[in-house]
Design a protein around this ligand. Structure first.
Ligand SMILES: [Zn+2]
Length: 340
């Protein structure tokens, strides 16, 4: 296929792109995939969580500071393009931030979806990543809204009757949700204990219902773990460098303990095109799972607790034509495109 590969990640706030899926984006960027970040809000309402950055100057210019942080993070990760959708942060329910008519939570669904549809039609991603519908662990209204908006835009972008002013139709093929598996938390927790360090994962973490059975896809991000940490550090006002949650384990130890970013494949039009029913294991997708780095390890993740033993290892599985191999090219310093 001649169409260049493109991966679009839709996030709520500046810093979400660093904490969710950063290593995955870094890996695909390195493989030559065009990587686009759509960030729905400007992060105006973020707290300053790093005591060293809590100065009157920073407080006064927080919106500008957060844009600078986002730009640095996007460059570190390897995003080729950042698009700000132009909404303001909302707060938790009851917050006065939600009185601002420009806030994301108050935008009509049509307004938000049309802005994202315009991005999808222009950048033409085959694969889109966003948040799952189940966000019990962190039910921020902007994150819940990102899910609704992305699901609606995934469907509308290919429909010529929907938002005709937003460009020519383009139908993405696969929609993924980011997920933090219990398996990952356990691996980290056990590594902390093994090294005699205090684990930030207390009982509350493990009281949450496990979502591991939903995981369909494990992307091997060996060698890219440091990218996520550097991106997090770029958000100097948001991330405390003393946070043991993010920085408690030596980076190479943390990555080795669980070298996968995990996803839920929510919609797969490739598979539907191949005539394989959802959940079926036939077809080229199933075959290709046995190949490629990490596929073997990923497929041995589990099984005893209902965790799928047939995991995809590539977000573009089924999208890439037949035996076509992507050239691995170091695409660095190519310049970051910034919109709005
Ligand atoms: Zn957020």
């Amino acid at each position: 296929m001649d169409q260049p590969l493109c991966l679009l990640a839709v996030h709520a706030h500046p810093d979400d792109e660093a904490s969710k899926g950063a290593a995955t984006v870094a890996r695909y960027h390195r493989e030559g995939v065009h990587t686009v970040l759509a960030c729905c809000t400007g992060g105006e309402a973020g707290d300053i969580l790093n005591p060293e950055m809590d100065t009157p100057e920073v407080r006064q210019s927080l919106p500008e500071v957060r844009m600078t942080e986002l730009r640095r993070s996007a460059e570190v990760i390897g995003y080729d393009e950042v698009v700000m959708l132009g909404f303001r942060d909302s707060g938790m329910p009851g917050s006065e931030l939600n009185d601002d008519p420009r806030c994301f939570a108050r935008a009509t669904l049509d307004d938000a979806v049309s802005r994202l549809v315009e991005v999808i039609r222009r950048t033409q991603p085959q694969v889109i990543i966003t948040y799952p519908e189940d966000q019990q662990a962190y039910p921020h209204p902007d994150h819940l809204r990102v899910h609704e908006v992305t699901v609606a835009a995934f469907g509308a972008a290919g429909d010529p009757a929907a938002f005709p002013e937003a460009g020519d139709p383009w139908q993405p093929l696969k929609l993924y949700y980011t997920i933090w598996s219990r398996r990952r938390m356990l691996a980290m927790h056990e590594k902390f204990l093994e090294l005699g360090l205090a684990s930030p994962f207390d009982d509350r973490w493990f009281e949450r219902p496990s979502l591991d059975h939903l995981v369909t896809t494990a992307v091997d991000v060996s060698g890219f773990g440091h990218v996520q940490l550097a991106a997090l550090r770029a958000h100097a006002t948001q991330i405390d460098p003393a946070s043991s949650f993010w920085f408690g384990l030596p980076p190479e130890v943390a990555t080795a303990a669980h070298p996968y970013d995990e996803y839920v494949l929510a919609c797969d039009l490739c598979r539907d095109c191949r005539g394989v029913p959802p959940g079926g294991s036939e077809g080229p997708g199933a075959e290709s799972q046995a190949e490629g780095p990490g596929a073997e390890d990923a497929s041995t993740f589990g099984g005893s607790d209902g965790f799928s033993t047939q995991l995809e290892s590539d977000l573009f599985d089924g999208v890439r034509g037949g035996s076509q191999q992507l050239a691995v090219s170091d695409v660095t310093g190519a310049g970051l495109r910034w919109s709005r």
